[in-house]
Design a protein around this ligand. Structure first.
Ligand SMILES: Nc1ncnc2c1ncn2[C@@H]1O[C@H](COP(=O)(O)OP(=O)(O)OP(=O)(O)O)[C@@H](O)[C@H]1O
Ligand SMILES: CC(C)(CO)[C@@H](O)C(=O)[O-]
Ligand code: BAL
Length: 284
């Protein structure tokens, strides 16, 4: 497995693979790899000749400095895991290599509208940072396919729109959320939870499951389901920070024509913000 830190070296290797007609899959990550990431790698491995994983804690998408500073960085351990999963190349650049002029001066890619709603409203500038860095990775690696987790549901929707709007010839694969036995979605930020917070954390998926059951049973008073969901989260020791029920395709309020809804959850446990989501088939 190659580990490359500079754009210059990366371009050389990618050019060689493209000339040899290889099908390349990209899995972008911020490292501190867990079973969710490894599921993305497995999906990529089954669909391409070459698997490239990127590890880059992208400062441009962090709207809070404390979150950026606390973000877990475990490069050596990550590379060992990726090597075992038969990954061909790890791209782990420095911030200076990706943003030589600093990211405040960086040209950006932003999907209008959706970037500033939902998670985008809670985390101003976050999605601009995500789509800008993913666009750079797409240009550098020129993958045929790229895998993203459904755990970051709005991010996946934004990347699909960016790819369509900017005419990238890249197939985007959404991969189902991988969970611990108690229902908590794997996330690098789970490592920031204290022992006691970790015990409370499954409350997020439990409340989401109850909300999903009500929707699936035909209840359509969305405001009431959300209000009671917030109350249930607080009773379980979590501080809600944005619950929404949207049409799963356009992420707007579900209407009579909506076939699937998605419940988007965000909540704080101490200093850690967790997110999760669940899709529900709707019958009208
Ligand atoms: N539990 C999971 N199941 C499936 N995919 C996941 C899971 N967690 C993260 N991913 C996906 O892995 C990719 C890289 O995500 P990232 O490195 O930010 O990890 P993360 O665990 O989501 O960390 P964070 O704490 O930043 O949310 C993204 O496409 C993300 O959606
Ligand atoms: C897609 C991504 C790697 C871009 O930095 C990040 O947002 C993530 O890990 O989900
Ligand atoms: N997985 C999403 C990246 C972030 O929270 O910054």
């Amino acid at each position: 497995m190659l580990i490359i830190e500079t754009q210059l070296m990366l371009r050389r290797v990618i050019r060689r693979w493209r000339l040899a007609g290889k099908r390349i899959a990209l899995v972008p990550t911020m490292g501190n790899l867990h079973d969710g990431h490894l599921s993305l790698i497995g999906e990529a491995r089954s669909r391409a000749d070459i698997v490239v994983a990127s590890i880059f804690v992208n400062p441009m998408q962090f709207e809070r400095t404390d979150d950026l500073v606390r973000y877990p960085r475990t490069l050596q351990d990550d590379c060992e895991k990726l090597n075992k999963c038969d990954v061909d190349l790890v791209f782990a650049p420095t911030v200076a290599d990706i943003y030589p002029q600093g990211f405040n001066e960086q040209t950006f890619v932003e999907v209008p509208g959706l970037s500033s709603r939902l998670e985008g409203a809670s985390r101003p500038g976050h999605f601009r940072g995500v789509t800008t860095v993913v666009s750079k990775l797409f240009n550098l690696i020129q993958p045929d396919i790229a895998c993203f987790g459904e755990k970051d549901y709005q991010q996946l929707a934004l990347i699909r729109k960016m790819v369509a709007d900017m005419s990238y010839d890249i197939e985007i694969i959404g991969v189902a959320t991988v969970r611990a036995a108690d229902g908590l979605a794997f996330s690098s930020r789970n490592g920031n939870l204290t022992k006691d917070e970790r015990k409370l954390a499954p409350g997020l998926s439990q409340v989401m499951g109850s909300m999903a059951a009500r929707l699936a049973a035909g209840e359509r008073n969305i405001e009431q389901i959300i209000a009671e969901g917030e109350k249930a989260l607080m009773e379980k020791g979590l501080r809600p920070d944005g619950i929404a029920i949207c049409d799963a395709d356009c992420l707007l309020t579900p209407g009579n024509g909506s076939q699937r809804a998605v419940i988007l959850m965000a909540a704080w446990l101490g200093n850690t913000r967790l997110i999760d989501n669940q899709q529900v088939e709707l019958t009208w």
